[in-house]
Design a protein around this ligand. Structure first.
Ligand code: GUE
Length: 294
């Protein structure tokens, strides 16, 4: 048996096309053009790649992209001043500050400064708290993408045993909340959890977001499980080049899982597509329009 490969590229492209349709509609009917501002501090090459793909895809969906590059030694005050300016700018409906920030900057203070209505990362305590309370909220993009990928395999997650490996604010914790909203039974595991393989063995749905290359082995998995691999690590190859791997030993898992996301070509694609969804939703909410169809 070999697992079904969940094609994040195809599913993300479909989602982006639906976003583009809705963007065209709000432009036509309400003269509203959603705008996304991305703030990049410092010049981490990997971050620059993500920021570039965000820009390309934002524009392809018919939205406006604003990019702000600041030097790694920018002061906290200058960064906060930029956030305040973006909060006031009526052409900006979404603000994303690329993380992690360089040392010396206070990430929490920066996130707290973002207008919760424009917080398309869903990181502001207002949104995180609303999500945890079961209220409507802007939710982090990667977890949103994970739910969509899971639903491409299972129409309903009700009563399924899900395990989330990792408890970060950007992925693990919000993913737990979204899974609860889907009526899954959720186990949260992390670096201090015991008997990880046994915990994973019980899960119908496995979400790996620990950032440790190929940590989850094939023989940890329940046969037929759906595996969503959120990790992305660049490792050196023999020829001096590098390749991307996830948190799951992919080749091993292929022989056991029922369905699995590849890295690259899985969750990462969905993250950017869901950022477009959140920007569209934020723009409609700020403009007082009904919720868009995506
Ligand atoms: N405030 C904030 N929000 C984020 O959502 C955020 C962030 N900071 N900092 C960095 C991480 C990383 N991230 C990715 C986005 C797209 C891909 C992606 O498109 N990956 C492609 C491959 C990319 C490649 O080839 O390098 C794929 O998996 O197919 C990956 C990772 C968003 N992040």
């Amino acid at each position: 048996m070999t697992a079904e490969i969940i094609d994040g590229k195809v599913i993300a492209a479909e989602l982006r096309a639906r976003v583009a349709d809705e963007v065209a509609r709000v432009k036509r009917e309400h003269n509203l053009v959603p705008g996304l501002a991305v703030v990049l501090v410092g010049n981490d090459p990997a971050s620059e790649v993500y920021v570039r793909s965000k820009r390309t895809q934002t524009q392809a969906a018919g939205m406006t992209s604003f990019e702000h590059k600041l030097p790694a030694d920018v002061s906290q005050a200058d960064l906060l001043a930029l956030v305040a300016k973006l909060n006031r700018d009526p052409a900006v409906h979404g603000i994303l500050v690329q993380l992690p920030l360089p040392k010396g900057l206070n990430t929490e203070a920066v996130i707290n400064a973002i207008d919760p209505a424009k917080d398309v990362d869903g990181l502001h305590p207002n949104n995180a708290g609303r999500l945890a309370g079961g209220f409507e909220a802007l939710s982090p993009c990667t977890p949103l993408g994970c739910i969509i990928l899971t639903k491409s395999v299972h129409a309903s997650l009700e009563g399924m045993n899900a395990i989330v490996l990792g408890r970060s604010n950007l992925v693990g914790r919000p993913l737990v909340q979204l899974l609860l909203n889907e009526n899954a039974t959720v186990t949260i595991a992390h670096s201090r959890s015991r008997d990880l393989p046994d915990l994973v063995k019980r899960a119908d749905l496995v979400y790996a977001a620990v950032g440790k290359a190929e940590m989850v082995r094939g023989d940890w998995l329940k046969p037929g499980a759906t595996v969503i691999d959120i990790g992305i690590t660049r490792i050196p190859k023999e020829d001096g080049k590098t390749r991307l791997v996830g948190d799951v030993a992919y080749q091993e898992a292929l022989g056991v899982a029922g369905a699995i996301t590849p890295v690259p070509g899985g969750v990462g694609q969905m993250t950017v597509a869901c950022l477009l969804v959140n920007t569209l939703r934020a723009a409609c909410a700020i403009a007082g329009l009904p919720k868009p169809a995506v």
